[in-house]
Write a protein that binds this ligand. Structure first.
Ligand code: TIU
Length: 224
């Protein structure tokens, strides 16, 4: 199979084999990207999360054209909260955004509510994979690893929110499972840019301990 390369990636060029890469779009939900959602009610400025929507839309379009496997993830819980650990529930309530509480977009972080849905600009197509996850990482208590192994996926291109929480947790889980991971730095965001910067730096320190980083444009160019 031919090999693709993003030569601008840090700390050194990122390569993947044709047919062996997946785009993973993490938690681009109304709860993190829309006014009145979980992210904003936790006390955050959601504008960085909104700003990456058009960048991810470009990446998604190019990945669809190139035939990459597309995976969307959503953070959320069952309506009876049986999959929400007490510590997570307590933390959310202390922050004034109790998981399961009523909000402007339905119950906060509950599957099936409007706040839980992916923003319309990045809506999954019917044949794309949607992983519902109760944790920050997309591998914990989900079928993601099996889905990727069935399709012989070796390389993951990660984007979405937030860089230091769900993107990083997923990245670390993926790295331990042997996937080669590229984080698209301008297609990820944290509510505080300092958290974003720190998280991006961490990926590529020690010669790329968790993977690679690159802006979206050179990745899109490599696909075309
Ligand atoms: N998706 C994700 O990152 N969930 C979070 O709760 N992130 C925060 O930064 N709070």
């Amino acid at each position: 199979a031919p090999t693709y390369q993003v030569s601008a990636a840090l700390p050194y060029p990122y390569e993947w084999r044709a047919g062996a890469a997946a785009l993973v779009i993490i938690d681009m939900q109304n709860d993190f990207c829309a006014p009145g959602g979980f992210g904003e009610r936790l006390g955050n400025d959601i504008s960085p999360a909104r700003a990456i929507i058009p960048v991810i839309a470009d990446v998604l379009e190019a990945a669809r054209e190139a035939g990459l496997l597309i995976v969307h993830t959503r953070e959320g819980h069952l309506p009876d909260l049986s999959d929400c650990p007490p510590a997570k529930l307590e933390h959310s309530r202390r922050q004034g955004a109790g998981i399961g509480d009523e909000g402007p977009m339905g119950r906060i972080l509950i599957r099936g509510e409007r706040g839980h849905a992916i923003v319309p600009e990045l809506a999954p197509l019917p044949d794309e994979i949607v992983i519902d996850k109760p944790g920050k990482g997309a591998f914990y208590a989900t079928g993601l690893h099996d889905v990727l192994q069935e399709r012989r996926i070796e390389s993951l291109i990660l984007c979405g929110v937030t860089t230091h929480v769900c993107v990083h947790t997923t990245l670390r889980e993926a790295n331990d499972r042997g996937y080669r991971c590229l984080v698209l730095e301008d297609a990820t965001a944290a509510f505080d840019p300092r958290d974003h910067e720190a998280a991006i730096r961490m990926v590529r320190q020690q010669g790329g301990i968790f993977g690679w980083t690159s802006p979206a444009a050179p990745f899109i160019a490599a696909l075309r």
